[in-house]
Design a binder for this molecule. Structure first.
Ligand code: F3S
Length: 434
């Protein structure tokens, strides 16, 4: 049984109201299932609190079919409907289901949009920051080294643990919603130093020096170590936020990687010994030319047609540098009449991209810059899409299978060329920039 502090016992006993008591009750059951000894305090929670499509509200029709019903019964797994107060911890909402302006282009109905707006009013009314992104760290939520967080979204979790050195497990909707009220999560897994040590080695034998290469290395890494913690060493070129973003998202997709170490690069890996917490252990995997070629082939294995009718960029959500790069690539060019180009980002980054003139350039070329969501989350692609192209290994992994379409994976330049010509000419990474 998890040990409770006096404060936690009081919350469980109802001192702070029914919703906080229900949140503590859920967290106690969760901690006991994990075998956690106690709780850790958190004041940085990222989830999808209370948001739901209309059919979920309909499911709880007998309880009122509203935000309150969904938050109580679904999020808090409560046996009764309780009033939901303003969240007590610093809380933010991750990605949602549609762009707030371009929802019609995404094929969403008036009813779905009205539901989206109603949920958003509830979310902000409950003190939750409407970041609506899978990259909260690019939209104002940047934890610090050693900070205990409760985050959902695998690509954000692996970034927080590995690149920042913050501490979070890959939480779910229920535990994040409860943590927003109780400011606690079980002290287990990545909150504990002994769970953060490397378990296997990846020896990188080819130069990995742009987001395309970092994405492929991430995809290989996840396939090799599955859900363990890899320690990468070797020919890894200079790190950048967007390289880490693509590496981690890919590793969390092909496997279940929630944390990685790169020797001399990530904050808990000043040396191999530091990364492993002592001696090397586990298996050693080599990443060379043959492995790189196999990953490329695997990510281009769904389908045979080179007639690309949709190019999707921004998985994880694009950083401002990526939007600037695409705007530059599109200068003087136009998206082909047989193709569409959608670039996904957060609202915060789009504001910067508008101010810098990038969005105007992109729109003039026929591209759309969308926020809040992505094709995989919203299950939305332009009408008639049969073949889509991506510069993200994560999206190439998920979207073709989800939507029953063909997929192509390459560099950002490959994708822009495909968008402007309607044809795929994969170059296996030649000329990649970032
Ligand atoms: Fe983000 Fe969608 Fe990719 S939510 S990480 S852009 S699958």
């Amino acid at each position: 049984m998890v040990r409770l502090s006096e404060d936690e016992a009081a919350m469980l006993g109802g001192r702070d109201g029914a919703a906080v008591a229900k949140a503590m009750d859920l967290l106690v059951r969760y901690a006991d299932a994990l075998g956690a000894q106690d709780f850790v305090y958190t004041d940085n929670v990222a989830g999808v609190p209370g948001s739901s499509p209309k059919w979920v509200k309909d499911y709880y029709a007998a309880d009122g079919g509203d935000y309150r019903a969904v938050f109580s019964r679904f999020d808090l797994d409560s046996d009764e409907v309780v009033d939901v107060p303003v969240m007590r911890g610093v809380s933010c909402h991750l990605q949602g289901g549609m762009d707030p302006d371009l929802w019609r282009e995404m094929g969403m109905s008036e009813e779905a949009f009205a539901n989206f707006q109603a949920d958003e009013a509830e979310v902000s009314g409950h003190g939750i920051q409407v970041l609506k992104t899978c990259t909260p760290y690019l939209a104002g939520n940047m934890p610090v080294l050693g900070e205990h967080c409760a985050w959902m979204e695998s690509s954000a979790v692996v970034f927080a643990n590995s690149v920042i050195g913050a501490r979070t497990n890959c939480e779910g909707r229920e535990s994040t919603s409860a943590a927003m009220l109780a400011k606690r999560v079980p002290n287990w897994g990545f909150h504990l130093p002994e769970f953060r040590r490397g378990q296997h080695s990846i020896d990188v034998g080819v130069r990995v020096d742009n987001i395309f290469e970092w994405g492929m290395l991430g995809y290989f890494t996840g396939g090799a170590v599955e859900d363990a913690i890899p320690v990468l060493d070797g020919h890894i070129g200079g790190p950048s936020l967007i390289r880490h973003k693509h590496f981690g998202a890919a590793a969390a997709s092909s496997g279940g990687v929630e944390m990685y170490h790169m020797v001399g690069i990530t904050p808990e890996a000043s040396s191999r010994a530091a990364a492993f917490g002592g001696q090397d252990r586990g298996e050693r995997f080599g990443y060379g030319k043959a492995e790189r070629a196999a990953v490329y082939e695997r990510l281009n294995s769904i389908g045979t047609s080179n007639a690309v009718d949709y190019v999707m960029l921004g998985c994880p959500h694009a950083a401002i540098e990526q939007i600037a790069e695409v705007a530059q690539m599109l200068e003087g060019r136009r998206v082909h009449s047989s193709s569409a180009l959608w670039i996904f980002t957060s609202r915060a980054v789009k504001v910067k991209a508008v101010a810098a003139g990038y969005v105007a350039t992109l729109e003039a070329a026929g591209a759309k810059v969308m926020t809040d969501t992505c094709s995989a989350i919203s299950q939305a692609v332009p009408p008639g899409t049969r073949v889509a192209a991506f510069d993200s290994a994560k999206q190439a992994h998920y979207l073709p299978a989800m939507m029953g379409i063909e997929g192509r994976f390459g560099t950002t330049q490959d994708c822009i060329d495909a968008a402007c010509t309607g044809r795929w000419k994969g170059t296996l990474g030649q000329g990649a920039l970032s």
